[in-house]
Design a protein around this ligand. Structure first.
Ligand code: COA
Length: 334
């Protein structure tokens, strides 16, 4: 068995900054409510008419990651793309990356695990490397939420939370078994699927029904039972961290950097307090980007690395929880 390690990181967010005050001009909300409940100060939203799509942003992040890995697009053997907001109902964004980066006809896999999407994608890529099937895999998480949010007061409980952006890494084969991805842990509990959901477009709806439907169909907008999700998130985040550490005979004291999925600053702070982690041990950037779902962990990882917060041999734990419900963790020795 081989080991896998991250050899290149990159991220891209659209230029357009949307502050809480700007949101208060679109809907009945305010800066104080959003900051107090979520910690979010601003987010990036793609401007209507911009060239940026989920796949385009993913490609921009991917080019940076490949370059930083010291590789070219021809060295990449496989693509794994995580998103809940693909450009098309089908095909997925993975094949668009193969085309946009002018890669050889390598395989491309799309992952549909929402906020845990990047954890699932990284774990999947890790298995392909461990078995020896591939040497260099491009793993991308990207989202364009802003085109599908309900930006009226009706949707304020959700639309203020989400932002657009993309991150990518190259996962490469390594002969050093003491470093790289030590383990990954994946979970789901589908009975809560309707607690955080976008119902449409849906194959359950027959075309005549869509044509006959009158007025606005709110099933195209995200729905979330925020309080229910919050309560489950704090429990599952904690479990995911402990599961990852125990599987490697490690404890919280060994942790150098915890990068949680950026769902809500209050969730991250709850977990930080529970495990008595200091501010240097937890990386948050939800204040600037909002919740970018499958992109959030990889944007945060890329940004933390750029800021020099990850050093050789550091123990880094990534964890996510979200729609499905799905949750999981990845433990990395850097
Ligand atoms: N601005 C102002 N008021 C708002 C608002 C907004 N953007 N959104 C909701 N409100 C109002 C509600 O209408 C409600 O008013 P009411 O009491 O008159 O009915 C009040 O604020 C409280 O709403 P509630 O939903 O109970 O707030 P909350 O304290 O639970 O916070 C979330 C809402 C969404 C911030 C919180 O539930 C949360 O973070 N949940 C988890 C989110 C998450 O992690 N999602 C992704 C999973 S990966």
């Amino acid at each position: 068995m081989y080991n896998s390690k991250i050899t290149g990181l990159g991220h891209y967010v659209p230029d357009n900054i949307v502050t809480n005050t700007e949101l208060s001009k679109m809907m009945d909300t305010n800066d104080e409510w959003i900051i107090e409940r979520t910690g979010i100060q601003e987010r990036r939203w793609v401007k209507e008419g911009s060239e940026d799509t989920t796949a385009v942003m993913g490609a921009k992040a991917a080019r940076i990651a490949i370059k930083r890995a010291g590789l070219t697009k021809d060295d990449i053997d496989f693509i794994v793309f995580a998103t809940l907001s693909p450009d098309y109902f089908f095909p997925g964004c993975g094949v668009q990356i193969q085309d946009m980066l002018d890669m050889p006809t390598i395989g491309a896999l799309d992952v549909r695990n929402q906020c845990s999407g990047f954890i699932y994608a990284l774990s999947t890529a890790d298995q392909f490397i461990k078995t020896g099937m591939y040497k260099n895999i491009l793993v991308i998480g990207a989202e364009l939420h802003s085109s599908g949010l309900d930006k009226t007061t009706r949707g304020r409980g959700i639309s203020v939370l989400f932002g657009d952006g993309a991150g990518a890494c190259v996962l490469s084969r390594s002969e050093d078994n003491s470093k790289g991805i030590l383990s990954s842990h994946l979970h789901s509990e589908g009975k809560y699927a309707d607690k955080l959901i976008v119902e449409s477009p849906s194959s359950k709806k027959w075309v005549p029904e869509i044509i006959d439907s009158e007025g606005e169909d709110i099933s195209y907008f995200p729905y979330m039972d925020g309080t229910f999700v919050f309560k489950h998130a704090v429990v599952r985040f904690s479990e995911a961290i402990m599961e990852g550490l125990s599987a490697n005979n490690l404890t919280v004291a060994d942790l150098d950097l915890f990068i949680p999925h950026q769902a809500n600053l209050r969730i991250s702070q709850f977990v930080q307090r529970k495990f008595k982690l200091n501010d240097d041990q937890v990386y948050n950037n939800i204040m600037s980007y909002g919740n970018t779902t499958a992109a959030s962990i990889i944007i945060a990882l890329s940004e933390a690395w750029e800021k020099g917060k990850i050093k050789d041999n550091d123990l880094v734990v990534l964890a996510a929880f979200g729609s499905g419900f799905t949750w999981g963790s990845v433990v990395i020795r850097w």
